[in-house]
Design a binder for this molecule. Structure first.
Ligand SMILES: [Zn+2]
Length: 111
């Protein structure tokens, strides 16, 4: 690579985050593909509310997992660390804190 050697092992950070997210999804009982609900069980408003929370959390975890996987793909392609908004390199401090981020701090504040 033409860039300076990274001081941080982003792949290790991303893989750790990926494992963490997958474990959390599994804890929710939603590790498998897709969510299937039996509408016959949706007869209690409390159950429905709890299910809604779990669903929202799972959706968020899956979004993050997708970003982590995309970041890992980019590492493989050698395009990791470039902002998807302005194509400028993302601040390494930001990458270290949020290895799956797709935008530099300037672009992130616009989104
Ligand atoms: Zn940017």
């Amino acid at each position: 690579m033409a860039n300076d050697a990274p001081t941080v092992d982003y792949r290790a950070l991303l893989e750790e985050e990926k494992r963490d997210l997958e474990a959390k999804l599994q804890e929710l009982g939603l590790g498998g593909p897709g969510l299937t609900y039996d509408s016959n069980f949706a007869d209690s408003s409390q159950v429905t509310a709890e299910r809604g929370e779990v669903e929202a959390l799972a959706a968020k975890l899956r979004d993050t997992l997708e970003e982590v996987e995309q970041a890992l793909d980019k590492l493989g392609e050698g395009t990791y660390g470039a902002c998807e908004g302005c194509r400028q390199p993302i601040d390494p401090v930001r990458l270290e804190a949020m290895p799956a981020t797709r935008y530099c701090i300037n672009c992130a504040s616009k989104h």
